[in-house]
Ligand binder design. Structure first.
Ligand code: FPP
Length: 227
């Protein structure tokens, strides 16, 4: 058999439900986020075997700053730990790290750590894109401003200035925890993406669930507005 004709190459995930996962167990929210990182780690390991070119994860939105200082600090520390501990694995697994969003305004040590990780993984062929301090409307506005600066505002010039310009088109967008909304994530990029909303809380999400979603995607016919 040849290559699956409708194989998803780029999947993006809104990882939701860490807080509820912890609450259900009488644990602090931070524990939910910690288990959320475990789910991320397992998924990143499955990118290659699943034949994905790109996995994009919504880790911190531009609205997440409204959470308590404790929770924001906790999430930033998880990010530091994750990059530090998993960078060698990214390198050996051919993963190329990319960050989307307004990440340059994060704490200087995180920016430095991310720049270093991006540099060290630049030869990788499977992209892991992490959305940090990301807001899709802000991204589109930035891209439109750049397009205006070159004097040509078209769909193509806006797309070429989005943070995702060097990424494959988005095939499938998944949100966990039963919420059915996009929360300012990849609005432009979702124009023709398939969407899947699952009830699973993020820490319980597994590579098997993603594989089932990919199998289902491969069965579907996508029309892109045509017939
Ligand atoms: C949503 O759960 C999740 C987040 C706001 C953060 C996602 C972050 C992680 C999975 C860990 C950090 C990621 C990396 C890549 C190191 P929620 O807190 O909104 O859950 P709730 O809606 O049940 O309260």
């Amino acid at each position: 058999m040849g290559e699956e004709p409708n194989r998803a190459k780029h999947v993006a995930i809104i990882m939701d439900g860490n807080g509820r996962w912890a609450k259900k167990r009488g644990l602090p929210r931070a524990m939910g986020h910690q288990r959320g990182v475990e789910a991320v780690r397992k998924l990143v390991r499955s990118v290659e075997p699943m034949g994905l070119d790109c996995l994009t994860l919504y880790a911190f939105s531009s609205e997440n700053w409204k959470r308590s200082e404790d929770e924001v600090d906790g999430l930033m520390n998880l990010m530091r730990k994750f990059i530090k501990s998993d960078l060698p694995e990214f390198i050996s697994n051919d993963v190329r790290l990319k960050i989307i969003g307004n990440w340059q305004s994060l704490a200087p040590d995180i920016v430095e750590m991310l720049e270093d990780a991006i540099e060290q993984t630049s030869k990788g062929s499977r992209m892991l894109a992490v959305a940090l301090n990301y807001g899709s409307q802000q991204e589109i506005a930035r891209a439109a401003a750049k397009a205006a600066a070159i004097g040509e505002v078209t769909e193509a010039t806006i797309a070429a200035h989005l943070d995702t310009a060097d990424m494959p088109p988005l095939d499938l967008l998944i949100r966990t925890s039963g919420e059915v909304r996009l929360s300012n994530f990849l609005l432009w990029q979702s124009a023709y993406a398939e969407m899947l909303f699952v009830d699973t809380l993020w820490p319980d999400f597994t590579p098997e669930i993603l594989q089932a979603a990919l199998d289902d995607f491969a069965m579907r016919e996508r029309r892109f507005g045509g017939r």
